[in-house]
Design a protein around this ligand. Structure first.
Ligand code: XMP
Length: 319
């Protein structure tokens, strides 16, 4: 793709110019955006870059391993793997407000990056895979009452006290362009085609309070759902699909016993850029198969619903 080849060259030059001989820390979230940003910056400044993968304990099943393996084996880019799950989950305890949760997570990310920066003798820049839609949806609209829809942790959620400057080479790109750039940089197709995953991870897919137990239940339900989506050959036709664990328990019956367990909502949308979205029209056979499997295989869930809200008026994530 000639456009992306040109973008790649310009971006590499711009990064060199911005960074000079400074040191950069790049936070990897496991998603496509931060991976593409890291690989691009590595191409520009080599070992002036330190990549930090923060495992906040809010990842999907096996996600952490997949990312670490890809950077190590496919790119040979050194990666610092920080297991900070106790810190993140501890800090989220008792928090149920969506913005408080997002800001708590954003602040902890910065704490981790700053601690890692200290270990390498200081860093001047923090690199992130911020995209154009993240910028738009996080800033307050001018002209009317100021409205922030969500503080994306990699934009509005950063604390003002942070003393590293930001490097955000993807700030003007949409998702499809980032995927094209990822292919240009040699990322494997199955990685480039991954569904977007939000920085705050599964914390914003557990509306209300977050606990390890809830995260485990959600992780399992989500894995069953995605397994069925892949088996049905639908993964690439969908922009994003995931399970949400509702903070509601309902009564059910299994065998000859009463159950009282959580409700799991399934979400799947089509979209071009994440700014607007339509819910995905699965056939009922498919939904029924997923619901049966989740209820049979995931302890803690006894009811499954499908979210048929488009964006607007809903957002893609529930928080
Ligand atoms: P919403 O829920 O606002 O999501 O309709 C739009 C797209 O953005 C993703 N998203 C995030 N991505 N950090 C990110 O990197 C975040 O804090 C964040 N919040 C939402 C969401 O998954 C969807 O693709």
């Amino acid at each position: 793709d000639w456009t992306m080849a040109a973008f790649r060259q310009q971006a590499v030059e711009a990064i060199r110019k911005q960074v000079g001989s400074g040191r950069v820390i790049c936070g990897l979230s496991g998603g496509v955006d931060s991976s593409v940003a890291a690989i691009l910056i590595h191409e520009a400044i080599g070992d002036q870059l330190t990549c930090v993968f923060v495992d906040h304990g809010l990842m999907r099943l096996n996600e952490a391993e997949e990312v670490v393996t890809m950077f190590r084996d496919h790119y040979n880019i050194p990666l610092v793997h920080v297991d900070a799950s106790d810190t993140f989950i501890g800090a989220l305890e008792g928090q149920s407000d969506p913005e408080v949760k997002r800001k708590t997570i954003g602040k902890l990310f910065i704490d981790v990056f700053e601690a890692e920066a200290k270990k390498i003798g200081g860093a001047d820049f923090l690199a992130q895979g911020t995209l154009y839609p993240d910028v738009i949806e996080s800033v307050s609209f001018t002209g009317g009452p100021s409205v922030t829809i969500k503080s994306h942790h990699n934009v509005g959620g950063l604390p003002a006290r942070m003393n590293m400057k930001l490097v955000e080479p993807l700030r003007e790109l949409f998702k499809d362009e980032v995927r094209a750039l990822g292919r240009e940089l040699g990322l494997p197709d199955r990685f480039v085609g991954r569904h977007p995953f939000p920085g705050p991870g599964l914390a914003i897919r557990c509306p209300g309070g977050v606990t390890r137990e809830k995260l485990d239940i959600l992780r399992q339900a989500d894995a069953v759902y995605l397994d069925e989506i892949r088996k049905a050959g639908l993964y690439d036709a969908i922009w994003q699909a995931f399970a949400v664990l509702l903070p509601v328990q309902t009564v059910g019956v299994m065998g000859d016993g009463r159950t009282y367990e959580f409700v799991c909502a399934l979400r799947a949308v089509t979209s071009v850029d994440g700014m607007t979205a339509d819910f995905y029209h699965f056939d009922m056979e498919f939904l029924s198969r997923v619901a049966t499997r989740i209820i049979n295989e995931v302890k803690g869930v006894n009811r499954v619903t499908y979210d048929i809200t488009s964006k607007p008026p809903g957002t893609i994530e529930w928080e």
